[in-house]
Design a protein around this ligand. Structure first.
Ligand SMILES: *Cc1c(COP(=O)(O)O)cnc(C)c1O
Length: 398
């Protein structure tokens, strides 16, 4: 097929040429005497993306799921009580992992389309005078429903209850795309992966760990080997790894971190917000069919789950878009299977790429008989982009 696949799933995301070029290199000696000259500054700069000065960021070969496992097994013991909430496929999978790793899981189910129930967390933390709860888990950005939760509010709830539990955050589809402040929010374990906001191929689990959480490795009884922080700490201190690192991905990560810091995290977050808002304008104002997130306070700036009207199948939209227009969208998962299709809008994206995806969604929905007006979503997004366009003005003012 001529042209390119339009990749609008919420990860893996589009890979910028600069990153593609950075990973196109020969294999290198990961024990070379000058390898630390590359790795040590990378470890430091990566901390800036997590917005931490006091924590440490580990790079494991793996994916985000491996990062979850590293976070749990290095800091908790079987039987430890943990507080977690479930409102989508990704928060569900983390609950499932907690159970399989034999934690004592106190799970709060809330409506899909909402997120972390902070008031309920606050109540349970307040009531837990004996401090049986060892860990509080939050999915920062639920990728299945396009919902972002307020992590700073969870920190406030912990502090208000004067509760010592560690705070675990799944930031796989938020870190490097939307605001994430590890130090300021007192996050103890922050999990990400390479193929979303970092714009890299899949293959790295990226885990931020606070000093308080690092201490737990001395007492945590969960079985661990490959993901052991202890081995990582020892070798990373010298600029090396306990086993063969994914050197090409590390070179790519260098380019990714450079790109993020050159653009400036504030600008990266603002750009993501603008791309997301254009998609929401298209779905809500243009097509008039709405999104899965139950209100603006839950809107995600990295993925939008667009609800299809009753009687239509969201998965059919995804399939048709792929075969007819070479456009990849995200399917609805689990409880929302068939009810939504997802537009991923994170990573290396600009206005016209978003319009391309919206045009493909629009044609697809009309092909399938979903009653939306031709051009309505694209028009709503275009007008929003025009209203908020500042680049040309800024250049003219220089
Ligand atoms: C993608 C994703 C994961 C899973 O990450 P993998 O890299 O696929 O293992 C976990 N949580 C969230 C929120 C995600 O978006």
């Amino acid at each position: 097929m001529a042209g390119r696949n339009a990749l609008f799933i919420p990860g893996p995301t589009n890979m910028p040429d600069r990153i593609r070029n950075a990973i196109d290199l020969s294999m290198e000696d990961m024990r070379a005497p000058d390898f630390p000259e590359f790795t040590k500054p990378l470890f430091e700069d990566l901390k800036k993306v997590f917005q931490t000065e006091t924590g440490q960021v580990f790079l494991f070969p793996g994916s985000g799921t491996g990062g979850w496992e590293a976070a749990i097994t290095n800091t908790l013991s079987p039987g430890d009580k943990v507080l977690i909430s479930r409102f989508g496929q990704f928060s569900h999978l983390w609950v499932d992992m907690c159970e399989r790793l034999k934690l004592n899981v106190d799970v709060i189910d809330v409506e899909w389309g909402t997120g972390v129930p902070v008031e309920e967390y606050a109540k349970r933390l307040e009531a837990d005078k004996a401090h049986e709860i060892k860990a509080v888990f939050c999915c920062h950005n639920e990728t299945a429903t396009g919902v972002t939760s307020d992590i700073s509010a969870v920190r406030k709830a912990l502090d208000a209850a004067d509760h010592p539990a560690l705070l675990y955050v799944d930031g796989v589809s938020s870190i490097a795309s939307i605001d994430f402040r590890m130090d300021e929010w007192g996050v103890d374990l922050a999990v990400s992966g390479s193929q979303k906001g970092f714009m890299l191929p899949t293959g790295l689990a990226i885990v931020g760990v606070s000093q308080k959480a690092l201490e737990k490795r001395h007492t945590a009884q969960s079985t661990r080997c490959f993901f052991d922080f202890e081995d990582m700490i020892r070798l990373n201190a010298q600029g090396y790894f306990p086993y063969t690192p994914a050197t090409t991905l590390l070179r790519g990560l260098r380019a990714s971190v450079d790109m993020l810091l050159e653009e400036g995290l504030e600008n990266v977050f603002a750009r993501h917000h603008r791309m997301a808002e254009a998609v929401r304008r298209a779905a809500i104002d243009g097509w008039g069919i709405g999104v899965c997130a139950k209100g603006p306070e839950w809107y995600s700036d990295t993925v939008t789950a667009v609800t299809v009207p009753d009687g239509f199948d969201g998965n059919q939209v995804v399939k048709h878009a792929y075969y007819q227009y070479n456009l990849s969208l995200g399917v609805g998962l689990s409880k929302v299977a068939g009810k939504v299709f997802r537009v991923g809008h994170l990573g290396s994206l600009n206005e016209l790429m978003i319009l391309q995806a919206l045009a493909g969604c629009e044609m697809t929905m009309r092909d399938l008989g979903i009653p939306i007006e031709a051009g309505s979503g694209v028009a709503a997004a275009e007008e929003y982009f025009r209203e908020t366009a500042t680049r040309a003005q800024a250049l003219a003012a220089e």
